[in-house]
Ligand binder design. Structure first.
Ligand SMILES: Nc1ncnc2c1ncn2[C@@H]1O[C@H](COP(=O)(O)OP(=O)(O)O)[C@@H](O)[C@H]1O
Ligand SMILES: [Mg+2]
Length: 493
């Protein structure tokens, strides 16, 4: 049964369809386009109730071809902690949660898309919102500061190198742990706005930090997981934007899986394998489909191979940058587009419209009481020379550890891995974890703690106790990096 309702403009058609009771509605977008004789799939939107009914909207042209510019008012949090970041195809606002006042939870943010899909611009929109809403932002721009150049000076900490990003992550973990101690000493069990500011750590191009072969992959993975775990209840949020065709590329194992399930996830133009993975991961209800986002809105028309070339060039067609899906929103399959922010055409310098939205105020700073635990790196964040030295020292220390791990004569380190007291200058706590993981990764079969101990000693590193290995195994299994493969046996997840 279906009804075809022309809307007042007589151009948009809304089709409401249902399957008989006892059946579940399923659809195939390509077949639907064919049935409706629509050659541009981005003109069609399908929304189902997950059961028997669906609404099919057919637009005369892609309704998101042009969207309005963002205003400051869009970016001020409403009482549910949401800001307006874009518009859905039906013109309704896309609301993204910057904070959850009902639970006091800091959010986790994920932004996926291929190069040019609009990740950095979408991130910048949120950075502006953070500034306007008094969030203290620590930003890492891993394209050496090219991606969100206007943010320099508009955030509390702006990092451009891998080393500085690691120091930043360590400082954030330290702040989260210190807040936890402070809050529990004060008998508080949750975070609320008004005291310490929300602290958001944002990493653009996080794939550069987390992909295979990245210099600090394991450490970064560990720190991000740690932040995801401890930060939430103490007002420390984490956001990553990345291009990736698989979640596995980002830190391996389960780093992002949990974040993806609970976070604010935005998917811009993506690869099809990424989409399949998100569906397998249960992020999209089974049977739901996302219309792939083309690179441009060039109409696809068939013309004879022997006709003269049309005058309009494919390259002149409007792009689809900023189009995507807010998977964690109430309408995960409804195509949306981010509000326009700044110039679409490249500019020679900083974008004045973007700077104007940030405004001239000072950004919110980290609470004084946490400066000590945030450590040397935090203190040096605006001192280029001091930061370069810290980064060089960190790099050197990592190199030494790597070398030491391959041969005898390593310096003593805190192998027992009590993470709590490690400040930003002491990235040693992952040593044993790393050795244990390496041992298990090399093994063909699941291993017992005794086996792991032998394997760890075989790497030529410092002697450790069985108890420490057991603790490390337990921790890694609890956070999902390892799985328990039978009684007392462990394997990589
Ligand atoms: N919301 C937006 N408003 C205006 N222009 C945008 C928007 N999103 C993307 N663009 C345009 O697309 C280009 C690429 O976007 P960008 O955010 O740098 O992509 P990514 O970070 O995914 O590679 C930008 O330089 C800009 O010209
Ligand atoms: Mg970018």
């Amino acid at each position: 049964m279906s009804t075809l309702t022309p809307t007042p403009t007589a151009q948009v058609y809304e089709l409401s369809v249902e399957v008989p009771q006892g059946e579940v509605i399923r659809y195939d977008l390509a077949k639907l386009c064919s049935a409706l004789n629509v050659n541009d799939p981005t003109r069609i939107a399908v929304e189902t109730d997950g059961l028997r009914r669906a609404l099919i909207t057919v637009y005369p042209s892609n309704p998101l071809g042009v969207v309005r510019a963002v205003t400051r008012a869009d970016l001020v949090m409403d009482r549910h902690g949401r800001i307006v970041t874009g518009l859905y195809h039906n013109g309704r606002p896309v609301k993204k949660r910057l904070f959850d006042p009902s639970t006091g939870s800091a959010q986790r943010f994920l932004l996926f898309g291929t190069t040019g899909a609009g990740k950095s611009r979408a991130l910048q929109l949120e950075l502006i919102a953070e500034k306007l809403n008094g969030v203290c932002t620590w930003l890492a721009d891993l394209k050496l500061g090219q991606s969100v150049p206007e943010a320099d000076g508009q955030v509390d900490w702006y990092a451009c190198s891998q080393e500085e990003t690691i120091l930043m992550l360590m400082a954030a973990v330290a702040v989260a742990q210190e807040r936890m101690r402070r809050y529990s000493a004060a008998g508080r069990n949750s975070f609320a706005l008004g005291g310490d500011p929300l602290l958001h750590v944002r990493i653009d191009e996080a794939n550069r930090l987390l992909e295979r072969g990245a210099p600090y992959r394991d450490l970064a993975t560990h720190l991000i997981k740690e932040l995801g775990r401890t930060g939430r209840s103490v007002g420390v949020g984490i956001g990553l934007s990345a291009q990736a065709s698989h979640l596995e590329e980002l830190g391996g194992s389960d780093t992002l899986r949990a974040m993806v399930k609970e976070g604010e996830v935005t998917l811009l133009r993506w690869s099809s394998s990424m989409m399949r993975q998100l569906v397998t991961d249960g992020l999209l209800p089974a049977g739901e489909q996302l219309m792939p986002i083309p690179k441009t809105l060039a109409p696809r028309e068939l013309r004879s191979q022997f006709d003269p070339e049309p005058d309009h060039d494919e390259d002149d067609a409007p792009g689809t940058q900023g189009m995507g899906y807010l998977l964690s929103g109430p309408r995960p399959t409804a195509m949306m587009r981010h509000l326009r922010l700044g110039s679409i055409a490249p500019l020679p310098g900083l974008d004045p419209d973007i700077l104007a939205l940030y405004g001239d105020d000072e950004p919110t700073r980290l609470e004084d009481i946490s400066h000590d635990v945030a450590g040397q790196a935090y203190a040096a964040r605006t001192d280029e020379e001091a930061m370069a030295e810290l980064c060089a020292a960190f790099h050197e220390a990592q190199q030494q550890k790597l070398n030491a791990g391959r041969g005898p004569g390593r310096s003593a380190a805190t192998e027992d891995g009590d993470a709590d007291d490690d400040g930003p200058s002491a990235p040693r706590k992952v040593r044993l974890d790393e050795r244990v993981l390496a041992a298990l990764a090399d093994a063909e079969a699941p291993m017992s703690a005794d086996d792991v101990l032998d394997a760890v000693h075989a790497d030529g590193g410092r002697e450790v106790k069985l108890g420490s290995v057991r603790n490390a195994l337990k921790k890694l299994a609890d956070d999902g990096t390892l799985t328990r493969a039978g009684h007392g046996l462990y394997a990589p997840a």
